[in-house]
Design a protein around this ligand. Sequence first.
Ligand code: Z5A
Length: 215
Amino acid sequence: MIKQYPGQFVTLEGPEGAGKTTQVKLLSKYLDTLGHRHVVTRDPGGTALGRQIRRILLNPETPVNPVTELLLYEADRAQHVSEVIVPALKAGILVLCDRYTDSTLAYQGYGRELDFKLILELNEIATGGLTPDLTILFDIDSSMGLARLHPSGHDRLEREALAFHQKVRQGYLNLAEQEPERWRIIDATRPLSLVQEDLRKLLAEKLSLPELVES
Ligand code: Z5A
């Protein structure tokens, strides 16, 4: 892994309902109490332009071809990396990003079965080769994750069949296995407080932030 900027870059990944968003909020509050500078952001929708793209992407009423979908995620990402992520990393700030390039490999690659080489190339173009220092997989069985979501509010991806979500989950496990240095896996089926404890421990170890673990 090549260290490109003074700030540290952590991405949170996982299938539907794994609890990433809840956990990153809890972590952010804790970092605030420690006075540790950080940015919490998300993919898609981390910029003003990205929020417009996100609305199109997740709207179940508008048909979107799989390649169009892929290009929209990558367009969002190119803006997000240049406008939010890289400036924060250059300023030495910790960036916590809810989903990133691995989501595209998991959902559009393993889920939609688009060409991996194409996705890798587009990921490279959109990010300029920016790779996370640490990627945390919040792993959960697909039925359990989907059961956590609100029944009335399902977006385009959440409406996919269980088999699609199972391919996504298995895809994540494959990705983590291929790059064990960068990935860490958390069992996201456990209670919130235990998952948060694991998350802090992993960050403390991998990013040399001992203050994240209470003595
Ligand atoms: N996508 C893609 O296809 N390609 C890409 O390149 C990218 C994304 C970047 C973005 O949706 C969608 O875009 C996403 C992938 C796709 N698929 N979908 N749909 P999003 O940004 O709206 O949301 P998400 O990232 O998919 O969120 P999520 O998976 O639905 O949820 P989460 O962030 O992992 O979980 P949560 O919101 O924190 O929690 C979900 C519920 O579970 C909530 O009611 C919590 O209170 C509950 N929860 C959380 N943790 C626990 C525990 N430990 N126990 C019990 N209940 C819990």
